[in-house]
Write a protein that binds this ligand. Structure first.
Ligand code: APR
Length: 312
């Protein structure tokens, strides 16, 4: 069986780390795509990463290009095209710059690799993945946004450090939009099945929730640009679930058609990812407080989507 082909649209910080992880896991051949002005940069990064395979033992090919024809037949596309945040910016501040970029990417992807399973990472995430799906006219099974896996990973880390428990035993779920009012769903967070609310007091948990919500911004403040290692490995978990038909339950931005009471909106919910793409949206019971937080988050996402729609 031929190796799978994975297209990375955007060969910047996240794109490079995605290529590294995908090749090391031998999930497929990787094509790193960027704009013509960055084509040599993409080619150089690809060559650097391929040379690492002499030591990692990966047989996967990695190439760089600015030619969409090289993406033909891609099985998976992971989109990071766009600009990242600078200190003081919110994700929503990126909409004006990243909207024309996601539209350009959508038009080309529709033409050159219409059958790919697409994972969008570009921010503002929920609005960008909405616009991608709308523009391409793809089924919701094939277009998903990466946010909840990352936000849950951040939440897990902070809980591990607070409790001293192994990160391996921590299970968290962060739903809603990928913004400051995302919803860490405490009632589903456990350490080896033990509800986190039995292990930590309210004040401590409130502090961890706050830090999780600002988790991306904390890194932007420190580095002057947005995170890339944790975002990349989060998207790789989603791509792997699709390519290996793992049927993993992961919090992802999915297109809602009435689930959780929302329609025509992308937002973070638990989904099953397998060979069919987004195979299922899992509806879980939320308490009144969680429902209210989800409604607030949905409202924030809708406001950015409205801006996107107004720029049609
Ligand atoms: N097509 C392809 N690539 C593009 C396009 C386009 N139309 N426009 C811009 N790019 C490329 C840039 O040239 C750059 O190399 O996207 C790349 C983005 O890389 P970085 O600037 O390093 O940004 P990164 O940290 O990877 O984040 C990308 O993901 O998490 C989000 O907020 C983040 O929106 C940002 C995106």
């Amino acid at each position: 069986m031929a190796r799978k082909k994975i297209g990375l649209i955007g060969a910047g910080n996240i794109g490079g780390e995605l290529a590294n992880l995908l090749a090391q896991k031998q999930l497929g051949d990787v094509v790193l795509f960027d704009i013509p002005a960055k084509e040599n940069f993409a080619k150089g990064k690809a060559l650097d990463l391929e040379q690492a395979s002499a030591l990692s033992g990966s047989d996967c090919r990695i190439s760089g290009t600015a030619n969409w024809a090289d993406l033909a037949g891609a099985d998976v596309l992971i989109i990071t095209a766009g600009i990242p945040r600078k200190p003081g910016q919110s994700r929503d501040d990126l909409v004006g710059t990243n909207l024309p970029i996601i539209r350009d990417v959508a038009d080309n992807a529709k033409k050159h690799c219409p059958d790919a399973f697409v994972i969008v990472i570009s921010n503002p995430l929920d609005a960008m993945v909405y616009e991608y799906k709308r523009r391409v006219g793809a089924p919701r099974e094939k277009v998903v946004g990466m946010a909840g896996v990352l936000d849950s990973a951040r939440f897990s880390l902070f809980l591990a450090r607070e409790t001293g428990a192994s990160i391996k035993d921590i299970r968290t779920m962060v739903l809603g939009g990928h913004g400051d009012d995302m919803v860490p769903v405490l009632s589903y967070c456990t350490i080896s099945g033990i509800p986190i609310t039995q292990l930590l007091g309210k004040d401590v948990l409130d502090g961890i929730v706050k830090r999780t919500r600002g988790g991306g911004g904390e890194i932007v403040g420190l580095m002057g640009t947005s995170a890339y290692y944790a975002p990349a490995i989060s998207a790789v978990a989603m791509a792997e679930a699709y390519l290996l038909d793992q049927k993993r339950v992961l919090p992802c931005a999915a297109y809602l058609e009435g689930e959780y009471g929302y329609k025509d909106l992308y937002m973070g919910v638990p989904v099953v990812i397998g060979a069919g793409g987004v195979e299922k949206i899992v509806s879980i019971e939320l308490n009144a407080e969680e429902k209210a937080m989800l409604a607030k988050s949905a409202d924030s996402v809708q406001k950015v989507v409205d801006i996107v729609k107004a720029k049609s």
